[in-house]
Write a protein that binds this ligand. Structure first.
Ligand code: F6R
Length: 359
């Protein structure tokens, strides 16, 4: 049941310290290379490029994974499952295909996965459901072990997928290239291991409810971020529209000035995911602020975005990849509190189903 929580979604947000512990368990060994028991790393030695495919929130996890793989020195692309057959040519040899699907039953994603199998390339399914269709089709299922998710809006499974893909990215980079080129990989691993505690910290101290009630009633919410932060911004906007029914969009920070800026007014808060120092996102947000838009900085205390912003959602000062995952938790809470204030059907938003089994 929901226990002390008013909605399954809130329960699932608050269960992330536990679900992330399960995802990580036995897979990180204090600062060393991650070990994925389910994969024989030697089979990854030939991997030259990775295609990650998913739908909705799982597509955003795929974007997260692709950004990280590229930073780690492995060429990678995230592709929307529903666009895979029209927009994607046959893969070159030595391509690894990764299906990202919480349920393991999404028709669009299964279609792409089946095609990858027909193409004869190696396939992995990152999924939450043991023996799901995706887990059975793919050569290698990688289970995120997040536990059942009841709320239609994916929360804890996104976090666990992103962590799983972070681990996978390092295993692939090590197997293929001998070493990951991601910044400060040792800190990444230690901070990932401590991620459950960091999430706990965010959950205990978040100002998301106050920010939600302060800005509710505005015309639209724009979420911006760069690199990995862009995948978090897009996920933040998707969650926001799903459960609040309010207009939200997620943009790459630098794209704001190429068009969306025309929509910006004092009634369009900009939620800026700033997880690296010296980020251009700050400048992009300030361009919107000049046009009257309030800025909500999702950043560590002391980040240059915070002094410029109108409101602040804080993330612990950990490795930038972990900050992004923690920023996402703040955005989950922001969407939740907006939807709760509006009295929405949070666990079962109108027109949506937990698992989309039609193309
Ligand atoms: C968003 C959401 C959907 C799913 C999408 C893919 O909160 O839940 O966007 O992420 O339908 O579902 P799976 O991961 O089961 O393939």
């Amino acid at each position: 049941g929901k226990g002390q929580y008013e909605h399954f979604m809130l329960k699932e947000i608050f269960s992330q310290p536990t679900s992330l512990k399960k995802t990580i368990e036995g897979r990180i060994d204090s600062g060393a290379e991650p070990a994925l028991e389910d994969i024989d790393a030697s089979t990854l030695a030939d991997v030259e490029r990775v295609r990650l495919v998913g739908s909705g929130t799982s597509y955003h996890a795929a974007l997260f994974g692709a950004a990280l793989l590229n930073q780690s020195g492995v060429s990678a692309r995230a592709i929307r499952a529903s666009e895979y057959d029209v927009n994607t040519g046959d893969p070159e040899p030595n391509t690894l295909f990764v299906a990202v699907t919480q349920s393991g039953e999404t028709a669009d994603t299964l279609g792409a996965l089946r095609r990858a199998k027909r193409n004869g390339i190696d396939t992995i399914a990152v999924t939450n459901v043991v023996q799901s269709t995706a887990a059975r089709i793919a050569e290698t299922p990688l289970y995120i072990r997040a536990g059942p998710e009841i709320g239609v809006a994916a929360t804890k499974t996104f976090s666990s997928q992103a962590v799983m893909l972070t681990l996978l990215s390092q295993v692939v980079a090590d197997a293929a290239d001998g070493a990951s080129t991601v910044d400060d990989v040792e800190r990444l691993m230690t901070d990932l291991e401590r991620l459950p505690e960091s999430v706990e910290e965010v959950l205990a101290s978040s100002d998301a409810e106050a920010v939600a009630t302060h800005y509710l009633g505005k015309d639209a919410f724009f979420f911006i971020g760069r690199g990995i932060g862009c995948s978090v911004a897009k996920e933040g906007a998707l969650k926001f529209k799903e459960i609040t029914y309010e207009h939200a969009e997620g943009f790459a920070s630098g794209e704001l000035k190429h068009g969306p800026l025309a929509l910006v007014t004092e009634d369009t808060p900009i939620v800026a995911v700033c997880t690296r120092s010296g980020e251009r996102t700050v400048k992009n947000a300030m361009e919107a602020q000049t046009r009257g838009a309030p800025i909500v900085a999702v950043a560590p205390a002391g980040h240059e975005a915070v002094s410029e912003a109108d409101a602040h959602l804080s993330v612990p000062d950990v490795h930038p990849v972990c900050r992004s995952l923690l920023a996402n938790v703040q955005l989950q809470l922001l969407s939740y509190h907006c939807a709760a204030t509006l009295g929405r059907a949070i666990d079962k938003p109108r027109n949506l189903a937990k698992s989309v089994t039609v193309e």
